[in-house]
Design a protein around this ligand. Sequence first.
Ligand code: DHE
Length: 516
Amino acid sequence: MAPVSAVRLVMALALALLCPAAGADPAADYQQHCASCHGPDRFGAMGPALLPESLERLRKAEAVKVITAGRAATQMQGFADRLAPEAIEALAQWVYAPVAPPPDWSEAQIVASRLVHHAPGTLPDRPQYAADPMNLFIVVEQGDHHVSILDGDRLEPIHRFPSRYALHGGPKFSPDGRYVYFASRDGWVSKFDLWNLATVAEVRVALNTRNLAVSADGRHVLVANYLPRTLVLLDADLGLERVYPAADLEGKTSRVSAVYDAAPRRSFVVAMKDIPELWEISYDPAAEPIHDGFVHDYKMGEGVAKPGYLNPRRTRLDAVLDDFFFDPSYRNVIGASRAAARGQVVNLDVRRRIADLDLPGMPHLASGITWEVDGRPVMATPNISEGTLTVIDMRDWRVLKQIPTLGPGFFLRSHERTPYAWVDSMMGARKDTLQVIDKASLEVVARLTAEPGKTLAHVEFTRDGRYALASLWEMDGALVVYDAATLQEVKRIPMRKPVGKYNLHNKLTRSAGTSH
Ligand code: DHE
């Protein structure tokens, strides 16, 4: 029998041969096994970025599983045959650790990343299909990172194409409805021509992005980022116009919570996550110039003049805003701070808080909608951490009703031509059930389950409000089409984990029942 130490030595040698990384040198393992897909600097390449900011939504235990066994339906292979469990554990720890010094994404990198697949003016100026171009649905399929385009009359797909990894937030449209712009969590912005069904340009503006907005005149795209802490202004063809450091006048930096277009004001409105400021950036060349020291001093390139109307007008707040929503006049921003567990109404004209809102938990204001109850304008928001839908009277900003739901939910939708609002409970045990609320009585009048145990969420209506399309949020999922009056299921359209769907007409007309 061999002595114990000899056996140990043989085992250690065998492990070292089998897994060159058994000594747990995660930086070396990363370069050997991961860098070719995720980038030598972890910024992402063919695979997604592996930075703490990008991994926020993935638990570490899940990351260990993915490195060990791979991820189905993607190119991510498992490494159990090449790395010992301790090396995998160490690698997972390592990718969750911040990069030092903090990574940057410079203007030069933005400019160099731009891809023009079809130069402006090279594709036909009319839709290349028979469907009504103003009644399309854009469906984001997170399962395999694709986008489907549906004919909104026949409710049939007319095109499907691969997207950048992990699109997030609603896609936004050019005012003529020809182009749609997408933002990915990894900072890629893509411009897709809906008339020619082709991606025409792409640019990477950041390493971690929140969302984007398109100006109502179609001339600018503004992108809100977490990493680096910037706002990036692009022209309509995704050429870089300007980078704004997201910082207060003392230089304290912030992640950007979100940016939305305030079309009637011809401005973008921006909320910051780490500094209590709300910015309004006018894109109206006739607007009075703003002299904002910090941004004004920032040079995009020698000799590049920056019009003062594109400078931010800052409103100082007493709490940060994680998420917000406009009232129908676009004079008021209804915002919520998750830490403060309350909401506030900020008037954009007088530039101060005018009311507090009783909004506990984590209201998902990006999903808020408005309607009228007995002539009273109301807004309603679902709540990501509590099973309640809050309805607020917009005349005095008081809570009109807290409607109990089956659990915390993400999305709320309605349409001018339906008496109902639809809300999910996708963050709770009853994630498989949508609740239909009567907009007049504020009571739940129906509950709809497509497949017991399977998430059903995110509704969008057809242009005429006749059908409601909900996502069966599974890898082998579907859009479930309901008759909006009878609440009966009429059809299923197979999709790979469809997260969001967006009706071009409802978005462009800023229907009160949907997000803008
Ligand atoms: Fe979203 C929109 C914030 C997690 C799916 N989400 C938005 C918007 C914001 C936001 C501010 C509005 C942007 C816009 O439309 O321009 N989302 C957040 C968060 O802070 C949160 C809770 C944490 C995070 O990691 O970012 C979060 N969101 C998620 C998810 O986990 C969801 C369910 C799956 C995913 O894709 O990541 C998700 N968010 C969505 C969708 C929209 C969205 C589908 C567009 C809604 C719409 O209909 O307009």
